[in-house]
Design a protein around this ligand. Sequence first.
Ligand code: PNS
Length: 160
Amino acid sequence: MKKAICPGSFDPITNGHLDIIERAARVFDELIVGVLVNPEKKSLFSEDERVEQIKNLVRNLPNVQVKKFSGLLVDLMNKEKASVIVKGLRAFSDFEYEFQMASMNNKLDPTKETMFMMTKAEYCYLSSSSVKQVAMFGGCIKGLVPDEIIPDIMRKINSK
Ligand code: PNS
């Protein structure tokens, strides 16, 4: 039984994230989407809102669970008995940051491995922050995030 975790801020989840989650769910027996609780970072959605959004989007994937977490990722992994971290790798610029995190996690717990999946070409330059910026300035975010969450994003942005 291989259990993996796909961690992130998901503020908001993008089509690139969802694609990685769907592909990882086909590779591993069980997948946990770990939503980081980070009080230091100003977020558009609360952790509970993000968890609910993602739960709704993965409702047809029976081997995927969505959980919020704070503290170290390896601690969550030990609690959940997960051995693999799955991350999407977009442009070359992601490499240094991801290499640093993968090395640190492996140093903290050498029994954990990080595996990267190449982001689909159409999502290579997509990020949660660019989605927020585009939405904030009135641009179209269709095709960048799941259709179901577009009204939530617009409501949040218009209320700020
Ligand atoms: O979507 P993000 O913001 O790039 O995700 C970053 C995340 C959640 C994967 C990362 O910040 C994380 O794992 N945070 C938990 C703290 C931790 O374990 N740090 C040690 C590794 S550097």
